[in-house]
Design a protein around this ligand. Structure first.
Ligand SMILES: Nc1ncnc2c1ncn2[C@@H]1O[C@H](COP(=O)(O)OP(=O)(O)OP(=O)(O)O)[C@@H](O)[C@H]1O
Ligand SMILES: [Mg+2]
Length: 338
């Protein structure tokens, strides 16, 4: 578990200071994949670097697995850091060392014996799918393969926590997805707690359980990804949600056309198995209301399917009200669109 308590980070000297984080609180439960999303300069890298004290917070406490890292001496901190793996946007591999030696590096540093190192590195090569590449140098690898080396190296000392600083930002969409799949796989196989930072909602949507939105050094919204993604509250969060979900320009035009005619417009959210059920058609056949679909999405958040339909309901006002009530009785989320 990771707990950040009232973390403030001020960079600079007396003349010119930048407050990168101001009194930030955050809790990541064991085994979770927790995403932090924010624009450039929001404080994401500072935040993640504060967790293993690569950056020392100016004020506040960092707790990882029940230990207050901010109060440890140098040697104890070094020991605790071995329990926290980290991967980077630009991989940070040793260019003059092979894949094998890159992965073995933290184990050599820790003084493990050769046989132990060999067994561990071979196990990790299989885990990240690089068995055939162990003798290659980083320059002979694709971006995705380099990040796989980064992940294997980060896992070498059996950490309980993995920190990912924009780990897929330098990769193309397909490679990004394969790396995200690997992270999810590792999370499930090893029960590893993963904290990742990104500026892409797609990354959050694919693998995270919870998300926090960081803006100007503070968390402005936090919750389960399903909740934050389908019902964003803060303007910054809304910006990050794709046009698909929000509706965009075509929906705006439909609203401008239909609203003056007094036709009601509603957004219905289906979550989980609701997505595949015929609730809407059953309800309108009961109430006699006609509907038109103005915009629709079916997708998934991690492994939870969801659908979001924006519809107009035409009919007698009491029949429309009854339609909305019946949908809500069947536990669909119905929101009036103005
Ligand atoms: N070493 C530093 N010295 C001074 N200011 C810094 C330092 N590192 C970061 N900052 C400032 O702190 C703020 C937060 O920076 P940070 O790198 O955490 O943002 P970020 O969200 O990771 O941005 P990006 O998406 O561009 O990587 C910015 O205003 C940045 O200029
Ligand atoms: Mg950054």
């Amino acid at each position: 578990m990771i707990e950040l308590k009232e973390i403030t980070k001020v960079y600079g000297s007396k003349q010119k200071t930048t407050t990168a984080l101001s009194g930030l609180n955050l809790t990541v439960e064991k085994g979770q994949i927790f995403g932090v999303i924010g624009h450039s300069g929001a404080g994401k890298s500072t935040l993640i670097r504060c967790i293993n004290l690569l950056e020392r917070p100016t004020r506040g406490e960092v707790w990882v697995n029940g230990v207050n890292l901010t109060r440890l001496g140098k040697r104890e901190l070094q020991q605790q850091r071995r329990r926290i793996g980290m991967i980077f946007q630009h991989f940070n591999l040793l260019s003059s060392a092979t894949v094998y030696d890159n992965i073995a590096f933290p184990l050599k540093l820790a003084g493990s014996d050769k046989a132990k190192i060999k067994a561990k590195v071979e196990e990790l090569l299989v885990l990240v799918g690089l068995e055939a590449h162990s003798a290659k140098y980083p320059s002979q690898l694709s971006g995705g393969q380099k990040q796989r080396v980064g992940i294997a190296r980060a896992l070498a000392s059996d950490p309980g926590v993995l920190l990912c600083d924009e780990a897929t930002s330098a990769l193309d969409p397909q490679t990004t997805d394969s790396i995200l799949k690997l992270l999810l796989d590792i999370n499930r196989k090893l029960g590893l707690t993963i904290m990742l930072i990104t500026h892409e909602m797609h990354v959050i949507q694919s693998i995270c359980d919870r998300v926090a939105v960081i803006h100007q050094g503070g968390i402005v919204e936090e919750g389960p990804v399903t909740e934050v993604f389908l019902k964003p509250q803060h303007p910054v969060t809304k910006e990050f949600i794709s046009r698909d979900v929000a509706g965009g320009e075509p929906l705006k035009q439909a609203i401008e056309l239909l609203k003056p005619k007094g036709i009601g417009i509603y957004r219905i959210t289906f979550l989980g198995t609701q997505t595949y059920e015929s609730t809407l058609s059953e309800v309108v056949s009961e109430t006699g209301v006609h509907f038109a679909i103005l915009q629709g999405t079916i997708s998934a958040i991690k492994d939870v399917p969801y659908g979001q339909l924006t519809v107009s309901f035409e009919g007698k006002p009491e029949a429309v009200a009854q339609t909305v009530a019946k949908l809500q009785q069947r536990e669909l989320d119905v929101e009036v669109i103005d």
